[in-house]
Design a protein. Structure first.
Length: 137
């Protein structure tokens, strides 16, 4: 093999490995659903017919301004964030759910957080698939 061919093979191998790595880190909504049922369903509802419970219903969370679930009595910390236009995205969810008490001082949400990054990604994949009416996108 010539040096040029070796370089081509090495580059092709690298591109292939990157593709496999990206696949292995893809979020898994089914795993997120299991996590939701285990950790979140105690306080939150999502899907068709979901209503506020201990915490607000989570339909349409992706892109929703914090503190806007109709009829839910939010903490002053969440109301302050609402006034600032804080919006739920994969990134903001990831930060908040890691350690809610630290990230949102004064929140009513009494939850230790989810420390494992892949669990947070899977949970977001599950939550983000629901539209505001509770149907899936």
């Amino acid at each position: 093999m010539t040096p040029k061919n070796i370089l081509f093979v090495a580059a092709a191998s690298f591109v292939g490995m990157v593709g496999l790595a990206q696949q292995s880190f893809a979020a898994d909504a089914a795993a997120g659903e299991k996590l939701f049922q285990h950790k979140c369903h105690v306080c939150h509802r999502i899907g068709s017919g979901a209503t506020n419970f201990v915490g607000p219903e989570l339909n349409g969370l992706d892109g929703r301004v914090i503190g806007t679930a109709a009829g839910y009595n939010y903490s002053s910390a969440d109301e302050d964030r609402k006034k600032a236009g804080f919006t739920w995205t994969a990134k903001t969810f990831d930060v908040d759910i890691t350690n809610p008490q630290k990230d949102i001082p004064g929140t009513k949400m009494v939850f230790a957080g989810i420390t494992k990054a892949s669990d947070r990604e899977n949970l977001w994949a599950y939550l983000a698939q629901f539209k505001a009416d509770g149907s899936k996108k």
